[in-house]
Design a protein around this ligand. Sequence first.
Ligand SMILES: [Zn+2]
Length: 139
Amino acid sequence: MTNNEDTNEIEVLNAICKTAKQEGKLSGKNLTALYELFGQRFTKALEALKENRVKKYAFKPSNRTVWIVVGRERDYLIMPEAEFCTCDDFYFRVLDREIHLCYHLIAQKIARNLGWFESFEENDELYASLMDEWKKSTA
Ligand SMILES: [Zn+2]
């Protein structure tokens, strides 16, 4: 994969998410397009979506939002605005500009647009300790 495909990935994914949101589903055509673009990463993203492993945490009263993708061995923390994820894929490859989106970010974007996620509300007091917990797991 070359570097100039990077921006393309996000643009294509965003465009497909927009259509999916309007249609309320991922059409066969879009499934194929996503698979062609992301390959194995999309397969894993779809698996996470089907298994309901994408969670949204809203903290009150600050309204801070954190997304989590529950992985096989640990949870991955995602900050969609920054297109940031705590997984190794993101750390090693995205930062090296080898790939732009890890499968967690792909799953999160699709989940958000189609409502395929579980929602939790937590108190702000929990925010700091949860962040510590999640950050520790990436060390
Ligand atoms: Zn990730």
